[in-house]
Design a protein around this ligand. Structure first.
Ligand code: GBH
Length: 477
């Protein structure tokens, strides 16, 4: 990172969007209000041992009832935009007919955002499939892709006059492989072939939804958000380590970005998953649908990994005490391990590696923005810490503030070097339901007291409000 970007004032381009993000199941609560029915997460949270302390999203941050207060908070934080997701289970509770009472919530939310001059950045799917559709096979069933496109049309008919930015899916890697192969996420299945089927059908659903939205809204900003991970080999000179990094890069990054943007699975990824039935799900014409042109590629970045292969490690003299198996549930990851570096970690144990984000954005610019000039947007970045509030609920989270400072500087570096990045969303606006970790991990720039639902802006949130207002990161003290 250049010295100026490392510590001086860092000014972002005119028009750069400053936002914060959440997801429906993580913040809304009101799980069975106004006709909403179970999503796969309501069901998964009932499975003993699936979620820390058995926490569920029944109440969460109660944003369903407190959205006015939360939008006022966004305004106080000077946000240009709010990235939220809509709950399929509110809108089509049983996967079938529309539920007008549930849909009406998003009318109210969008109107409130617009009245406060905040751009709604709407994600259609952030992991909460209606349970009724899971019972018909979920994402392993091809039909779910078509149901998803129907749901996209419902949302567009309701909100298309006011919402101009549409993200189809958030992180299909997580939906497919944590949900259907590793089982750490809903619906908790553990099948390699189901994970691959789900991955393909999620992408098909994305493509069908983009086609349907494009037809109805040629001018809309359409896109998808992927979770990219930066994988570096333990020993860049050792071919086995280099291959381990290639395999992880294949499954996290190219597995999705290649079909969606280039219209083809990468040959090495296909080879890695050979024999697990992926090709049985790929019908003629699917890749054309999946690669229907998009305008925005959303980038969620949390951390990188240093990865090695067990044979190479054996040559090096064996395991280090901190080595761990990849938590990746992907097919054919045997023999790949993660070697923690000497880097600080967050409360998730994720390494803090802002320069990985610079490299990632430059790589995406080169490999995936194409002649049409797809815009990059950092749709999630943030960290969990074990915050300690004072009596008033205030958290002086210098650690989180430093995390944001470092990653924003890394983004500016990428912009200076040619990456077309046009916005940034802090994950998250609020402490919220952190999936399998329940309420045990706090990512918010605003603290939530889950007893009283009181919101208190943290030090990081105050700092971010100034960044958003001025469009610059102040010099490091
Ligand atoms: C996001 O996913 C989600 O979109 C959001 O809902 C969630 O609250 C937020 O992150 C915080 O967790 O080194 O093998 O352990 C995060 C995506 C993908 C990041 C898997 C961590 C673990 C890789 N995650 N990755 S490993």
């Amino acid at each position: 990172i250049s010295p100026a970007n490392a510590s001086g004032v860092v000014r972002f381009p005119e028009g750069f969007l400053w936002g914060a993000a959440t997801a429906a199941y993580q913040v809304e609560g009101a799980a069975w209000t106004d006709g909403r029915q179970d999503s796969i997460w309501d069901e998964f949270a009932r499975v003993p041992g699936a979620v820390l302390h058995g926490d569920d999203g029944a109440v969460a941050c109660d944003q369903y009832h407190r959205y006015r207060e939360d939008v006022a908070l966004m305004r106080r934080l000077n946000l240009d935009t709010y990235r939220f997701s809509t709950s399929w289970s509110r809108v089509h509770p049983a996967g079938g007919p529309v539920n007008p009472a549930g849909l009406a919530y998003y009318d109210r939310l969008v109107d409130e955002l617009l009245a406060n001059d905040i751009l709604p950045w709407l994600t259609l799917y952030h992991w909460d499939l209606p349970q009724a559709l899971e019972e018909q096979g979920g994402w392993a069933n091809r039909d779910t892709a078509y149901r998803f496109a129907d749901y996209a049309v419902t949302m567009h008919e309701a909100l298309g006059d006011r919402v101009g930015v549409w993200t189809t899916l958030n992180e299909p890697w997580c939906s497919a492989f944590l949900g259907y192969t590793g089982g750490q996420h809903a619906p908790g299945r553990q099948s390699r072939s189901d994970g691959l089927a789900a991955a393909h059908h999620l992408m098909l659903g994305h493509g069908l939804a983009v086609q349907a939205l494009r037809e109805r809204a040629p001018e809309a900003n359409l896109g998808i958000t992927l979770n990219f991970e930066v994988e570096d080999p333990v020993d860049p000179e050792n071919p086995a380590d280099v291959d381990a990094a290639r395999r992880l890069d294949g499954q996290f990054n190219r597995m999705f970005a290649d079909p969606i943007i280039k219209g083809a699975y990468a040959p090495d990824v296909l080879e890695d998953v050979a024999g697990l039935g992926l090709e049985d799900h790929v019908h003629d014409g699917d890749l054309e649908i999946i690669s229907t042109p998009i305008d925005s590629l959303g980038v969620n970045y949390y951390h990188g990994n240093l990865v090695g292969s067990e044979p190479a490690r054996a040559e090096r003299g064996g395991e280090a005490p901190t080595d761990r198996a990849t938590s990746s549930p992907f097919p054919n990851d045997e023999g790949v391990y993660v070697h923690p570096r000497d880097l600080p970690v967050t409360d998730m144990e994720w390494e803090i590696q802002p320069e990985g984000l610079t490299r990632l954005l430059l790589r995406l610019q080169k490999d995936y923005t194409g002649p049409a000039g797809i815009k990059l947007c950092v749709t999630e970045n943030g960290c969990a810490y074990d915050d300690v509030p004072d009596e008033s609920g205030y958290v002086d989270d210098q650690n989180r503030l430093d995390f944001y400072d470092g990653h924003l500087r890394a983004i500016k570096e990428a912009i200076d070097l040619g990456a077309d990045v046009n916005g940034y969303f802090a994950w998250s606006l609020l402490d919220n339901y952190e999936w399998a970790w329940g309420y045990g991990k706090r990512f918010g720039i605003v603290r939530v007291d889950y007893e009283t639902q009181e919101r208190t802006v943290k030090a990081s949130g105050r700092w971010y409000a100034d960044v958003a207002r001025d469009g610059l990161v102040p010099a490091r003290p």
